[in-house]
Design a binder for this molecule. Sequence first.
Ligand code: AHR
Ligand code: AHR
Length: 480
Amino acid sequence: AGPCDIYSSGGTPCVAAHSTTRALYSAYTGPLYQVKRGSDGATTTISPLSSGVANAAAQDSFCAGTTCLITIIYDQSGRGNHLTQAPPGGFNGPESNGYDNLASAIGAPVTLNGQKAYGVFISPGTGYRNNAASGTAKGDAAEGMYAVLDGTHYNGACCFDYGNAETSSRDTGNGHMEAIYYGDSTVWGTGSGNGPWIMADLENGLFSGSAVHNNAGDPSISYRFVTAAVKGQPNQWAIRGGNSASGSLSTFYSGARPSASGYNPMSKEGAIILGIGGDNSNGAQGTFYEGVMTSGYPSDATENSVQANIVAAKYAVTSLTSGPALTTGSSVSLRATTACCTTRYITHSGSTVNTQVVSSSSAIALKQQASWTVRAGLGNSGCFSFESKDTPGSYIRHNNFVLLLNANDGSKQFAEDATFCPQAGLNGQGNSLRAWGYPTRYFRHYDNVLYVASNGGVHTFDATGSFNDDVSFVISASFA
Ligand code: AHR
Ligand code: AHR
């Protein structure tokens, strides 16, 4: 059985079922998600194999030698409640016409029972939505939901959510949402410790319990795979959570609606959001693997069976890198491969990261400017950081998508901005260096300056022309 078969048996059927990793009904054989590739704009759908796990190999072959975005996350419930690129609302997204970004198709690789699959890696600016969903709870009607998330990928911005929200993409008042929130925002509610926490986004507030601010019973929870559950019915709601890889769910809150006006009764509108707030606030980050919404208030026993099903799916980590291997502690230089520029290497001039022509006869200072020590990724040890040879303690990082050489300030933001995941070069040469936190973006030289660029984004440096060449670098032993 799949999670939605379990919810059906419990009398609270799924009305939306989303996953890029697996079928959520044992009999589901339709598409899980659609990807669109950068080379020619073609799309394809990815369906489950007979095991129920997504056919990631089909994605890998369709996307070979180019970039791919997740364009549609299909609803498996049969109601057509698919998730697509979120439109502008109270806030604009970063894409043209105020739309949010789409997620890279390769930002969140995992295995389920040993078979590779990809989750949905939500960078700030990314969001999915359905403002015309059918069958989801409205008003004070009962519903439940769960999601499997990456407990190491979060931030404090508003709001990494999955669940019920406004159909207008605008903040229409307290109680107009009921969604799972995951992150360490302290603007509204908090739990114990420093977070991240599972909370409920009920609009104009992230709630951990009945008190508006703190519920010490809602623990910080950061398993690599987190099961998060929220459910609500008239003057009763609950937060539950656990480790998606083992064990059972715990109840972090169950009781009355929050003691603030507008939340009892609720005024749910029934749209579905992923990765954003009700008003299209889009500063948050997180990773989504699977999740559902139900009709009716699921029993704890039903949810416990769903958790057992998730554990049996055996989510596990896998490599974030491919292509020629990098060795931690080694010193490297990175040569451009675009025809214009094959004698140019990634260098720095002060804090600017650029390319310059470097050779064995260059001055020692320039050779040092072109030399980098490979470090374990400051923000994720499965990837890498590049420390300047002549300015120890300073690393290549992106800021506003421009690469800079900056001193490590020890912050989580710096660590994440300085972490890059090498993959086989998109033009077939060397490596392309993907920004860990923005996996649609790669090291790119553009007018001899380095950026993290996406293939066809809104910035000048995102231009599609010569993209594959501009993002491919041959990495070899350093000049100095
Ligand atoms: O409730 C927290 C956030 O507040 C909602 O997600 C958003 O709509 C509003 O800005
Ligand atoms: O480069 C993109 C983002 O810009 C970085 O993550 C952040 O430091 C800055 O806001």
